[in-house]
Ligand binder design. Structure first.
Ligand code: NAI
Length: 391
């Protein structure tokens, strides 16, 4: 169980680029980082493209006005001059800025926690991985629900053979918030539907990468051999980017996967659903009932496992925060992700490679694999939804 006790030598001095008052994801980062009060201390920010608004916002978060900057370059330069300068920076800005800001932070000796999809290309990911390695720094990536204890329950059950051999992987992340057209749409929709600012995909990168990383946590032993991606823009102005896509996947053990993502699934508030089917049993988890894991054994009555209960695997109980009687949700998951990244940064700082070898956290590899998966999806879709070997 995680109860907020200190697990690293001292809180990291932490700042944010983006994630300002109008940003959708900023609060989730602050929830994740500041919840325990023992892993991060927020010291600075360049929160907003609109400096005055970002400054006002930072002051209202309780930050020193002198440490609120018009942009990331100003933040890096001024913080470098301070003895108590920032050590780790979160990048919560639109996709097209991630690479440039992450690189600049690493060059300046700062650890980075960056949003997904990490960058536009695998080549960019590899360049940043090499830079982080050279500088001895950590890059963390925030796939929101992958810190939830029931995700790690599924992983432990698969690893221990409880489900038998995995045969079917069924993943869905869909909502209807873009069912209408984009006339008068907010900035967050405009940049997401423009290839120059979003990258080569819309919903595949925006929500599909969450599905993919979570499936990697549950099925680390399976690799995709080939996939087929069919994507479509139901709102034509979004083309060539998609607002809906289906991906079929063949795994190297013979398993079959089906993943679909959509932002035109009108009326659906269910969002994410994961089902892993083995030769003996299945597990299914959805963020609409995050406290519950469906566990269905062939030939037996179906059962519901509840988070925090002693019958769960130790790998799940270790990450529980609220206890079984109370809801364990997205904020708890973000707090775990941020804690794991802080522990990685702390270990890196102290040169504790042995810890890092076995420590689970979403790092540069998690970000890179998401981008690799996107590149394969786009290659398939652009070839007329052809099967392509996974590269
Ligand atoms: P948004 O458009 O709602 O907000 C972006 C924020 O960044 C705004 O405050 C804007 O003023 C600021 N900004 C933009 N460019 C900036 C720059 N160069 N310097 C400083 N501030 C800048 O975008 P949203 O939805 O918050 O997405 C941001 C990133 O987070 C995207 O990469 C997105 O894919 C990701 N995201 C991840 C989620 C998750 O669950 N992990 C959920 C939502 C978004």
């Amino acid at each position: 169980m995680i109860n907020g006790e200190r697990t690293i030598s001292r809180p990291l001095r932490w700042g944010m680029v983006g994630g300002g008052r109008t940003g959708q994801v900023g609060y989730k980062h602050r929830t994740g980082a500041l919840r325990d009060n023992t892993a991060y201390k927020m010291v600075c920010g360049a929160f907003d493209l609109d400096f005055e608004r970002g400054k006002d916002f930072g002051v209202k978060l309780g930050l020193d006005a002198e440490r609120l900057y018009p942009d990331y370059k100003g933040l890096i330069a001024a913080e470098a001059k301070r003895e108590d300068g920032v050590e780790a920076v979160t990048v919560a800005t639109p996709n097209f800025t991630h690479f440039e800001i992450t690189k600049a932070c690493l060059e300046a000796g700062l650890h980075v926690i960056c949003e997904k999809p990490l960058f536009f290309t695998v080549a960019e990911c590899e360049e940043v991985a090499a830079l982080a390695e050279k500088k001895g720094l950590i890059v963390g990536v925030t796939y929101g629900f992958t810190g939830h204890p029931l995700v790690h329950q599924m992983a432990a059950m698969v690893a221990k053979g409880v489900l038998g051999e995995i045969r079917i992987v069924d993943l869905q992340y869909s909502h209807g918030f873009n069912a209408g057209d984009d006339v008068g749409a907010p900035e967050a929709v405009k940049w997401r539907t423009n290839p120059a600012t979003a990258g080569a995909t819309f919903v595949l990168g925006d929500i599909g990468t969450h599905l993919y990383y979570l499936s990697e946590i549950v099925l680390p032993h399976l690799k995709i051999e080939k996939l087929l991606c069919d994507r479509k823009a139901f709102i034509p102005s979004r083309a060539p980017l998609e607002d809906h896509a289906t991906v079929l996947m063949h795994y190297d053990n013979g398993a079959r996967g089906r993943l679909w993502v959509s932002s035109v699934d009108a009326g659906n508030m269910g969002s994410q659903r994961y089902r892993f089917v083995g030769s003996k049993a299945s597990v299914e988890w959805s963020d609409s009932h995050p406290d519950q894991l469906l566990y269905d054994v062939q030939g037996e009555p179906n059962s519901i496992l509840h988070h925090g209960m002693p019958y769960l695997e130790e790998e799940s109980l270790a990450f529980d925060r609220m206890g079984a009687l109370h809801t364990e949700g997205l904020g708890d998951s973000w707090s775990n992700i941020y804690l794991w990244i802080a522990q990685a940064i702390d270990a890196k700082r102290r040169g504790n490679d042995a810890f890092l070898k076995t420590h689970h956290y979403p790092g540069i590899k998690a970000g890179t694999e998401g981008v690799r998966w996107l590149e394969n999806c786009v290659r398939s879709a652009d070839a007329g939804s052809a099967w392509v070997d996974f590269q």
